[in-house]
Ligand binder design. Structure first.
Ligand SMILES: [Zn+2]
Length: 303
C-alpha cells in the first residue's frame, strides 16, 4: 500500500512485553487447532496453516482480520513469526504466487520474511468462545446461546440485554466498543423502539433471517446486509421486530482478535508456555469515506 494511505484504527494495540522462549510453530498450530478445530470449518472453507515450517520458532504472534499486504508488512515490521488471520488468503485455486499479483506478493512476502500464516475462519465463527461470542459480548448480552444449531454445531448467538434499551441507545452503546469504519453502522427500524433480545452473527449474516425470526430476537446485529434480503425481511416484519443492524464486516469480526489472543495465551499457559502477541492496528475495512448519507431518523420514507 502506498505511503500515506494506511488506515489506522483508533485503538491502542495490545502488546504484551513478556520474555518468552520461542516455541516450535507446530506447538502453536496444535494449540490453535484445539481452540478452533479445522474439522469444524465449512466444507468450502480453507483454514489452517498457509505458509511456514512446523519446526520454525515462534516468539511473536500478530493477529489481524485480513492478510493484506499492509497487514503482512506491519507483521514484518513488528518482527512477528506468525500471523493469524480470520479471512483466508487463498480461498480459490491459484496457479502462481509470483509477485505480479497481490496474492502472489502476499505469499512471497510471508515466505521471504519467515512469517507463518494461519487462518481460523468458519471454525472460529462456530467456536465457543469464537467470533460470534465476541460480538455478543460487545452487544452486552447475557444468557447467550446459539442462534441456530445445524448438525450439532451452533451458529450465531442470541441473548438478552440487562434491561430494555431503545434501538438508538443499543446501537450507540455498540458503537462505543466497535472499531470505527467509514460506513458507520446502518440501522433498519424505528430509533425509539424498545429492544431487549438480540441475535448476532459476525461478518456476512443475511443467510440467518429465518433463524433470527424463530429466535424471537428484537434486533439482529450482523454485516454485509444486501438491499433485497433486508427489504424483504423488513416487509415481512411489517415495520416491527426484528430490526436490523449492519455493523460492518471488518468491525464485527475485529472484535474476535483479542478473544483469540487471550484464548491462545490461556491455552499455552496451561502447558507452561507463553508468547508475545500483537493485535494489528490497521483498519482493513475497504471503504474510505462516505458522501451523501441521509441524516436524521428517517425510518421508512425516501425524503
Ligand atoms: Zn468475515
Amino acid at each position: 500500500m502506498p505511503q500515506g494511505t494506511q488506515r489506522y484504527i483508533c485503538r491502542a494495540e495490545s502488546d504484551l512485553e513478556v520474555n518468552v522462549s520461542p516455541l516450535p510453530l507446530r506447538e502453536v498450530v496444535a494449540a490453535l487447532d484445539r481452540l478452533y478445530p479445522a474439522r469444524t470449518a465449512s466444507l468450502w472453507d480453507r483454514v489452517g496453516l498457509v505458509t511456514g515450517d512446523l519446526d520454525q520458532p515462534v516468539s511473536l504472534v500478530h493477529f489481524a482480520v485480513d492478510p493484506t499486504l499492509a497487514v503482512i508488512d506491519q507483521a514484518r515490521t513488528a518482527g512477528a513469526d506468525l500471523l493469524i488471520t480470520h479471512h483466508p488468503l487463498l480461498l480459490r485455486g491459484v496457479h502462481s504466487v509470483a509477485t505480479i499479483s497481490a496474492k502472489g506478493a502476499s505469499v512471497t512476502a510471508l515466505i521471504v520474511n519467515h512469517i507463518a500464516l494461519l487462518v481460523a475462519h468458519t471454525n472460529a465463527d462456530v467456536a465457543s468462545p469464537g467470533v460470534c461470542d465476541a460480538l455478543a459480548s460487545a452487544c452486552g448480552l447475557r444468557e447467550v446461546g446459539p442462534l441456530v444449531v445445524v448438525d450439532g454445531v451452533g451458529h450465531g448467538r442470541v441473548g438478552s440485554l440487562v434491561g430494555p434499551l431503545t434501538l438508538r441507545e443499543f446501537v450507540l452503546q455498540l458503537s462505543m466498543v466497535l472499531p470505527k469504519a467509514a460506513g458507520g453502522i446502518r440501522v433498519s427500524g424505528p430509533a425509539e423502539a424498545l429492544v431487549s433480545r438480540v441475535a448476532v452473527v459476525g461478518g456476512a449474516g443475511d443467510d440467518f433471517f429465518d433463524a433470527v425470526r424463530a429466535s424471537g430476537a428484537d434486533v439482529y446485529v450482523t454485516a454485509d446486509l444486501r438491499h433485497h434480503p433486508v427489504l424483504e425481511a423488513r416487509e415481512e416484519a411489517r415495520g416491527g421486530p426484528p430490526y436490523l443492524v449492519d455493523a460492518g464486516h471488518w468491525a464485527t469480526e475485529w472484535l474476535w482478535l483479542d478473544s483469540a489472543r487471550v484464548e491462545l495465551l490461556r491455552e499455552l499457559a496451561g502447558r507452561g508456555t507463553s508468547l508475545n502477541t500483537h493485535i494489528c492496528t490497521l483498519r482493513t475495512d475497504p471503504w474510505d469515506f462516505v458522501i451523501g448519507a441521509a441524516t436524521g431518523d428517517n425510518t421508512g420514507g425516501t425524503s
